[in-house]
Design a protein around this ligand. Structure first.
Ligand SMILES: CC(=O)SCCNC(=O)CCNC(=O)[C@H](O)C(C)(C)COP(=O)(O)OP(=O)(O)OC[C@H]1O[C@@H](n2cnc3c(N)ncnc32)[C@H](O)[C@@H]1OP(=O)(O)O
Ligand SMILES: O=CC(=O)O
Ligand SMILES: [Mg+2]
Length: 532
């Protein structure tokens, strides 16, 4: 074990293949060099939230105007495997999903250690083992029912790993007695154990970077890339990273984020669900102009969402970067009518993105890959992307990005109940180690769960009156929590079949997240403390 490094989680079978001396040395190096800055940047986030609560706003930065006005810089050309990204599938890195995602026909697989993953120690290290086995072609799986899974002979999706966001710690690897950063752990373990294998296959270690709130956080990632490449003897610029623009502050720093990462950049993605969460979070105490209607009525065509995606495409293409669309949360359903609806909505969503200039987009389920591809084929044809579509017609202002007031739709009793029902079901699943789950025919993950609890918090603390005339009160929400918990328990098979279930923990956590006066920055932080 390298000096100062301690593993506090169990060493299960084959964990030593991932927790190698070299990988842990890299974790230690990155922790010692970068963790103090990570802590400072997290403190800056808290200051910014305080400033907004005190009446401050968001806007394009004066101090980086020169970067925005300098037309001479571009990001790196797309790396092998990332030239054509018209359809990308996302999902957790368990063994079965890994095989299914790689076989799905998508161009890219976002192998997720963020929104779709509970950072259980077994998932953190086990996911890396699955990735490595997939890259060496030695992955197969037999389900408890006896179904066998192997990689197909054909082309497989390019692997792009999404490490945890800067806010999340890793408690099972300590350096000098301190918890490490989940981001740096996920990044270092993948790079050290699979990076060279990917290079040898003619691709590279590729990442999706989540939940950043400023270009300084992008600079921190870039510094991690440079340090890690030098440490491992990998040429600079080999790593490529696509940044999710999924926080409100980051929407004002898109160009700066591309600039910081330019030799490693693979573009930007519209992380629409976390974006919505961040909008609620940033302005949650600022009154009626900032209150969003029911989650399901905040579509991509409402003014503030439209401004954000238009600016994202414009910014990327101006700098030669790819613009990747957001997640359509629709998943196939066994109900024929519901299924038709899901496919129609997905096609509408992907067609709009393709017409707007996006180079590709996300789906949550293998059953949706073809529909997304078809929508992009219509626009791209044989071209691998449409980076040449500059969208010089787009002129988005700060006011456009901030125009939440003109979002149509109501806050309804049904919307409130749906937030409670989804949040409880999701948290129960998360606490059992499954961070992505299909609920009421939609994909739910950490980002959508954050919306559900934040919206309840905002409506309650804003004294929101629902469309039917009822005011959102603590008693109303508490009553719904009990009712929806009872329904969820019943649907899951009743109390007799509850062994291993965590309904009571989910109720306690949801109530804390939605009702307490002190708003928690991320629900995954207190949730993580409830995990072994
Ligand atoms: C806001 C954001 O960040 S979005 C990105 C993060 N979120 C995600 O990545 C969620 C990805 N999606 C999923 O995890 C899943 O689709 C779920 C959990 C929502 C639904 O999964 P299931 O309940 O298994 O759906 P369903 O039964 O229809 O799946 C059918 C098959 O497709 C597979 N499958 C479903 N989704 C995926 C996926 N994303 N990747 C790989 N395989 C998948 C299932 O494993 C299953 O395989 P099997 O038939 O061999 O058993
Ligand atoms: O990560 C994606 C999102 O929408 O959130
Ligand atoms: Mg997200």
């Amino acid at each position: 074990m390298p000096d100062g490094v301690e593993i506090t989680g169990p060493m299960h079978a084959r964990f030593d293949e991932i927790l190698t001396d070299q990988a842990l040395e890299l974790v230690a190096l990155l922790h010692r060099e970068l963790n103090p800055r990570r802590e400072e940047l997290l403190a800056r986030r808290r200051e910014r939230v305080r400033a907004i609560a005190d009446g401050g706003g968001l806007g394009f930065l004066e101090e980086t105007r020169a970067i925005r006005e300098d037309d001479s810089w571009r990001v790196a050309d797309p790396a092998p495997g990332l030239v054509d990204r018209r359809v990308e599938i996302t999902g957790p890195t368990d063994r079965k999903m890994t095989i299914n995602a790689l076989n799905s026909g998508a161009k890219v697989w976002l192998a997720d250690h963020e929104d779709a993953n509970t950072p259980l120690w077994e998932n953190v290290v086990g996911g890396q083992l699955n990735l490595r086995d997939a890259i060496t072609g030695q992955i197969d799986f037999t389900s408890p029912e006896g179904k066998e899974y192997h990689l197909n002979d054909g082309e497989h999706a390019t692997i792009v790993v999404r490490p945890r966001g800067w806010h999340l710690p890793e408690k099972h690897i300590e350096v000098d007695g301190e918890r490490t950063s989940g981001s740096l752990v996920d990044f270092a373990l993948y790079l050290a154990t699979s990076g060279q294998l990917q290079i040898d296959r003619g691709q590279g270690p590729y990442f999706y970077l989540p939940k950043m709130e400023s270009h300084l956080e992008a600079r921190l990632w870039n510094d991690a890339f440079v340090l890690a490449q030098d440490f491992l003897g990998i040429p600079r610029g080999t790593i490529r990273a696509t940044v999710l623009i999924e926080t409100y502050p980051a929407a004002f720093e898109m160009e700066e984020i591309l600039y910081e990462l330019r030799e490693h950049s693979a573009g930007l993605n519209a992380g629409r669900w976390d974006y919505m969460f961040s909008v609620i979070k940033c302005f949650r105490t600022r009154g009626d102009d900032w209150v969003l209607p029911d989650r399901n009525s905040v579509t991509m065509t409402v003014p503030f969402m439209r401004a954000y995606t238009e600016l994202l495409v414009r910014t990327c293409h101006k700098r030669g970067a790819q613009a990747i669309g957001g997640m359509a949360a629709f998943i196939p359903s066994k109900d024929e009518k519901q299924n038709e609806f899901a496919f129609a909505k997905l096609t509408e969503d992907k067609t709009r993105e393709a017409n707007d200039g996006f180079d590709g987009s996300w789906v949550a389920h293998p059953g949706m890959v073809e529909a997304c591809r078809a929508a992009f084929d219509q626009v791209l044809g044989d071209r691998p992307n449409q980076r040449d579509r500059l969208r010089e017609d787009v002129h988005v202002t700060a006011e456009d990005l901030l125009n939440v007031r003109d979002t149509p739709g109501d806050a309804t009793e049904q919307g409130l109940r749906n937030n409670v029902a989804v949040g409880l079901r999701y948290l129960e699943s998360w606490l059992r180690g499954s961070g992505a789950v299909g609920i009421f025919n939609l994909m739910e993950d950490a980002a959508t769960a954050e919306i559900s609890r934040s919206q309840v918090w905002q409506w309650l603390h804003n004294g929101q009156v629902l469309a039917g005339g009822e005011k959102v009160t603590r008693e109303l929400v508490e009553g719904m929590i009990e009712e929806e918990l009872a329904k969820a328990r019943e649907e899951a098979g009743g109390r007799e079949s509850e062994s291993g279930r965590r309904w009571d923990d989910a109720r306690a956590l949801y109530a804390e997240m939605a009702l307490s006066d002190e708003y928690a920055d991320f629900l995954t932080l207190p949730a993580y403390e409830r995990m072994p």
